[in-house]
Design a protein around this ligand. Sequence first.
Ligand SMILES: *Cc1c(COP(=O)(O)O)cnc(C)c1O
Length: 381
Amino acid sequence: MEQPIMRPIQMVDTKSQYHKIKQEVDEAVLRVMDSSAFINGKDVQEFADNLSSFLGVKHTIPCANGTDALQIAMMALGLQPGDEVITPSFTFIATTEVIALLQLKPVFVEVDKQTYCMDPLQLEKAITPRTKAIVPVHLYGQVAPMEQIMAIARRHNLFVIEDNAQAIGAEYTFSDGTVKKAGSIGHVAATSFYPSKNLGAFGDGGAIFTNDDDLAVKLRSVANHGQSRRYYHDIVGCNSRLDSIQAAILNIKLRNLTDYNQARKAVADRYDNSFAGIPGVITPYRAPWSTHVFHQYTMVLDGPSRDALQQHLAAANIPSMIYYPVPGHRQKMFEHFDVAATELPVTDWLTERVISLPVHTEMDGEQLDYITSHVLKFLNN
Ligand SMILES: *Cc1c(COP(=O)(O)O)cnc(C)c1O
């Protein structure tokens, strides 16, 4: 008897996800096209309002992508050339690139071996009189230890800019029991709607969040050519917009975000259970202070070769990724900051050992069984 053919496994499956909401999305896109309000249409404001209430944040400023969101945040805070900004080296390049782009100085700080996020103890040691801001990254979908980071920032009078491109919808619980969503905790936060993100558009998009009314005015102005009123430009800004078609699609996807994040977590739970107790595999740590929205399922192979596992999986048509193969302090881009001598042993240790398995909202049991059996086959050899 012929076996039914398993759907090909992908790192993300935006196509199957689209097909489940196709009618709604198609209608929304056609409606925007018919209105011709492509820029600053009502969908953009509607989406910003919906996202603000979802996150429990006062202001959402939509923009063109997550990299712009970080840049606009740093510009609106008035950071000046030479100011030091502390950030992990173990992150996507966008976080650190915008720091250098604005002539600020990136100061790379160590991450924690378990959480993969900024280590608060190391953060405090990296502060100098020139430090102006801290950029924690909620890497792979789990919130960095924000209570400690905010306390350090308060003590030293520093701004905190959350890079929330990977953890939209994740919740952080403070020691007094208060629960806040990632992106609503720092002075300002940035996120991305790149198609593969947990809340992904059908193109590029991003947003900036803040609870500070004055900062919100500055953020809007920076994103709009430094304009205060039409054709009056007070500061040098940039041009960064979310278009109405993307906003209309994001509005629909936002309604499904909690389900999407739940589906990702179910995949991660399956992986965790399958790999529990297998020597040499460290499954992702679940921090007691944060929910995890599993933008990535990233485990550490300590002992068995990560590269050999990747080859083994590729031979079985299972994709996997290394996020990220080169940490910031080893990028050529930052050579002139003399960062090569920076000692970040945990970052280097993780960089050599992490591997991310497919995780998305459309994975089925058959695909998961296939992946876990191949991982286990490799590890048991
Ligand atoms: C995706 C991402 C960004 C940048 O978002 P873009 O929309 O691609 O510009 C920034 N930081 C992190 C951690 C990301 O994962």
